[in-house]
Design a protein around this ligand. Structure first.
Ligand SMILES: Nc1ncnc2c1ncn2[C@@H]1O[C@H](COP(=O)(O)OP(=O)(O)O)[C@@H](O)[C@H]1O
Ligand SMILES: [Mg+2]
Length: 458
């Protein structure tokens, strides 16, 4: 039987791929859909942002089904950033699943199955459940020790006393040692706001009580108010998962708790094959939950970069998947003009390497190269975010690189420049740091020049 409530918190996924875009916070449009020059973390690229804004409106008014978006433009012009911004505009916790066309090919998984998996990673499900919980700010956390019942000289934890405080009062709970483990896993300390599910004993840390907000904290911390109401109460718990999380949770072999089967799990690689049958079964349960009003479907954004890497078989599959009743918003990106469609018999060239029946479904948004001013603003924005200060001349020099080579290259130089300036105990990145980077690293153009001179060797 497919289960839904048992899904563990999905781990933070794939943050590495969006790390370069942490300054992007949306498309930065005003109420008329007009892009301000600098807004939402974006600088310039105004018509592409406005185009994407229209797409967001179409999605919100549910008129995008069966269609997809293609972002076309040279490398480093913000295509990935725009796709991320579309997902952000659709609302908080909307899944964003970025992939590269070539990722779909592997020896283990069929390519269409890999595409389906990513489709399901981009479809969210918000599950609302009312659960009996104990919630409050932790005012006491004391493990109680006892003689080890199994003998030996050590002691074990027999209980843990947790004191919880709300605006209405306090309660002391005497809990099982297994709950103490989950308390430690969540790194709960006195002063945190937590809730404990009464049935399962699952512990969830909500945040730090805002009574402590004045204290100096190094890490980014979320402060939450003292919970209202009683400690023991019914609470609506919202869980965001993707269809893929549910597939995985249900594909895992449900081994027993005995030692042998645990050993078995360690030795054998975990088999997590997700079959079409399992997906259908998950869908069936999901639609039941949706009918009952327990869950809500949240279609997210599937971003496929380098779309020309898809072949004709994947394109056919994509066309079909776009028409299914639960599909995410598909955003494609390409920096190619006319190229051959992979896997087509006749070597016909097609725009962006997409077959004509897909092109028909696309809204194409064009991104343009940046001028030096825009590039300067983008670099300085990234520098602030990475807490690097940079002198005006150094910024100018990096911007020249961005115009000559690529924006991404210039942005990548920022971090090494920061390290060099730090090593030389300078407080800001100077021209000499950029020059040293130029000396240490080759950019694409100079490496081509070297290759040409030395007949093939660097
Ligand atoms: N208009 C812009 N404003 C702010 N940052 C931008 C802009 N365009 C691109 N960037 C940043 O520049 C880098 C490269 O852009 P990216 O979206 O990866 O380009 P593409 O996907 O077109 O190759 C990223 O760090 C991105 O966040
Ligand atoms: Mg990109």
């Amino acid at each position: 039987m497919v289960q839904i409530s048992e899904v563990k918190d999905p781990k933070a996924k794939d943050s590495s791929r969006t790390a370069a875009h942490t300054h992007i916070r949306g498309l930065g449009l005003d109420e008329h859909g007009i892009a301000k020059k600098v807004e939402g973390g974006f600088i310039g690229q105004t018509s592409a942002r406005e185009g994407c804004g229209v797409v967001v409106d179409l999605i919100k008014s549910k008129r995008m089904s069966g269609k997809a978006i293609l972002l076309a433009g040279p490398p480093g012009t913000g295509k990935t950033a725009l796709a991320l911004a579309i997902a952000q505009e659709l609302g908080p916790k909307v899944p964003f699943c970025p992939i590269v066309g070539s990722e779909l090919y592997s020896a283990e998984v069929k390519k269409t199955s890999a595409l389906m998996e990513n489709f399901r990673k981009a479809i969210g499900l918000r599950i609302k459940e009312t659960k009996e919980v104990y919630e409050g700010e932790v005012i006491e956390l004391t493990p109680e020790e006892a003689e080890n019942p199994l003998g030996g000289y050590g002691k074990t934890i027999s209980h843990v006393i947790v004191g919880l405080k709300t605006a209405k009062g306090t309660k002391n709970l005497r809990l099982d040692p297994s709950i103490y483990e989950s308390i430690q896993k969540e790194r709960v300390t006195v002063g945190d706001v937590i809730y404990i599910e009464a049935n399962t004993g699952a512990v969830k840390r909500v945040g730090r009580s805002d009574a402590y907000a004045t204290e100096f904290d190094l890490e980014a911390e979320e402060y939450v108010p003292l919970p209202k109401g009683e400690v023991h109460k019914k609470k609506e718990i919202v869980q965001d998962v993707t269809l893929h999380d549910l597939d995985v949770a249900n594909a895992r072999p449900q081994g027993g708790q005995d030692v042998l089967s645990m050993m078995g799990q360690l030795l054998k690689p975990k088999k997590t094959e997700i079959t079409d049958k399992l997906r259908l079964e998950v869908n069936r349960v999901v639609s039941k939950y949706i009918d009952q009003g327990v869950a809500e479907l949240i279609p997210g954004v599937l971003f496929i970069d380098e779309v020309n890497m898809l072949d004709i078989e994947l394109f056919t599959y994509l066309n079909k998947a776009l028409e299914s009743s639960i599909a995410p918003i598909v955003v494609l990106a390409s920096n190619r003009g006319l190229t051959t469609v992979k896997g087509s018999d006749d070597d016909v060239k097609a725009p962006h390497g997409c077959p004509p029946d897909l092109i028909d479904r696309l809204l194409i948004v064009k991104t343009l190269s940046y001028n030096k001013e825009e590039v300067q603003a983008i670099i300085s924005k990234r520098a602030t975010l990475e807490s690097l200060s940079i002198s005006a001349e150094a910024l100018d020099k990096l911007a020249e690189h961005a115009v000559k080579n690529s924006l991404r290259y210039a942005l990548q130089l920022l971090t090494p420049c920061g390290i060099l300036s730090q090593n030389a105990s300078r407080t800001e990145i100077g021209v000499q740091d950029v020059e040293e980077c130029e000396f240490l690293f080759l950019d694409a153009r100079s490496s081509i020049a070297v290759l040409e001179q030395s007949k093939g060797y660097l």
